[in-house]
Write a protein that binds this ligand. Sequence first.
Ligand SMILES: [Fe+2]
Length: 211
Amino acid sequence: MAHRWIENSDVLSIFPTLIWKIELTSEAQKAVNTNILKALEDIRPSGADIISAKGWQSNQDLHKLDEFRDLVSYIDDIVITILRFLKIGYEAFEITGCWCTINPTGTSHRAHSHPNNFLSGVYYFQTPVGADTINFHDPRIQTGIIRPPVTELTAENTDQVVVKVRAGTLLVFPAYLQHSVDPNNSEGERIGISFNIMFSSFTENLSKPLW
Ligand SMILES: [Fe+2]
């Protein structure tokens, strides 16, 4: 802000919405993916069933399978790091659900959030070009009341942020944050492992009045 009458100025960015984007090392990916592939061979329906549907989701207890042990340990590591980054003084948490989503060509996922959890995330197992993004939507719904035209979309004026992902990306974000997935524009399947994280013993330890 260049005005002669201004001594000093700043733009404060407050209440940030944080998304953690982690890329696994190739060794870590290899171990995780080999096991996921093994598990998927058992749990996924035949290709024809998936293609005829609007995508497919597995049961929500994959974190209990032995094949998911490595992925679960990486999720645990990163969640601890996040809780410490956020200065949260309570580190007992659990994965409350973990499931596989397969999106064949043309299928998408409408905007949604993951209620009754603190964090959510996705590990990307397979992301063909054309099926390698996820959209996050502005949680400040009141900002949609007035949307003047902009000359350029920026982080400060947009209501949607598209995050590019690739196989081996682990995303973690607030569970309240609405997200959606555009139609798969590739010939291949987009495969991701999603999960939710909640504090353990929430009612016993964290839900007392704060005043
Ligand atoms: Fe989701």
